[in-house]
Design a protein around this ligand. Structure first.
Ligand SMILES: Nc1ncnc2c1ncn2[C@@H]1O[C@H](COP(=O)(O)OP(=O)(O)OP(=O)(O)O)[C@@H](O)[C@H]1O
Length: 249
């Protein structure tokens, strides 16, 4: 187990289901073209993500990071190229796909009459977690929402709602975790906790694909990054990607 800043605390959440084949990619994209009907929003994307790996997507505003992630989550049909997730075409309507793939995109949606804890209990129980109460309490502690556990989403601050959204991804098992700019609205300490949670999930065997503008998070995750642009998409180490980010690319 990788040592994390938060030690045991960052191991919060249920274990992942072990992938059938630890060497086969969870995500495999070749010449993947994505867009919204009027042509691709970025250069064709080549990408492989294997179990236990953390891969960042970086690029300027509007580069196409979220669009690529939507395709990976089966929310958007590719315009062309090859995209396989868990060895098949991604289909978010399939329960078997949703059981293995957790995604946090830039969308808040809540049951207005369920508390913070109840949201997490529903998510954990819905994904078959044994002892969901204990797992939820653990994650609530990790994301600093213990004292907001029994309030409705309308009584949470925007950063606390973001923590709840992220917590929902960590109270359930998954083989693939997809995060779209998870650093949004988080304070510095929580960004560190987030990095620890992501690394712990990868250590358990999940693959993590994370779009980010946060150079500190990119460094903390220390995997490779795919730098998405209009003309090229290139895979490189975190340090090289950080230099590109700082250069405004
Ligand atoms: N639903 C949509 N319909 C049409 N065009 C869209 C839609 N969503 C995004 N776009 C456009 O697609 C392009 C890529 O957007 P995308 O959200 O993937 O970029 P991004 O790299 O995630 O940007 P950011 O860093 O600002 O979040 C942008 O030009 C955007 O305006």
């Amino acid at each position: 187990m990788r040592t994390t800043r938060l030690g045991r605390r960052a191991q919060a959440g249920p274990p992942t289901t072990p992938p059938g084949d630890a060497t086969s990619p969870l995500v495999h994209a070749r010449e993947l073209s994505v867009g919204y009907g009027a042509g691709p929003v970025c250069a064709p994307v080549d990408l492989d993500l294997t179990p236990g790996e953390v891969l960042a997507l970086v690029g300027p505003n509007g580069a196409g990071k979220s669009t690529v992630l939507r395709a990976v989550l089966g929310l958007l049909e590719p315009l062309g190229g090859t995209l396989e997730v868990l060895g098949a075409t991604p289909d978010e309507r399939a329960a078997s796909f949703r059981a293995r793939v957790a995604g946090v995109m830039d969308d808040d949606s809540w049951f207005p009459a369920l508390t913070t804890r109840e949201h997490l209990l529903v998510t954990a129980a819905g994904h078959g977690v044994t002892s969901p109460g204990a797992v939820v309490d653990d994650v609530l502690g990790t994301v600093g929402l213990v004292d907001r556990a029994d309030v409705l989403p309308s009584a949470l601050s925007s950063g606390q709602r973001r923590r709840l959204l992220l917590a929902a991804a960590f109270v359930r098992p998954c083989d693939l975790l997809v995060l779209d700019e998870p650093e949004q609205r988080l304070d510095t300490e929580m960004r560190g906790t987030l990095a620890d949670l992501v690394l712990a999930r990868a250590t358990q065997g999940a693959g993590v694909l994370v779009a980010t503008h946060d150079g500190t998070l990119l460094q903390a995750l220390s995997g490779d990054a795919v730098v998405i642009g209009e003309r090229t998409c290139e895979r490189m180490g975190a340090a090289a990607a950080l230099a590109r980010m700082e250069g405004g690319v």
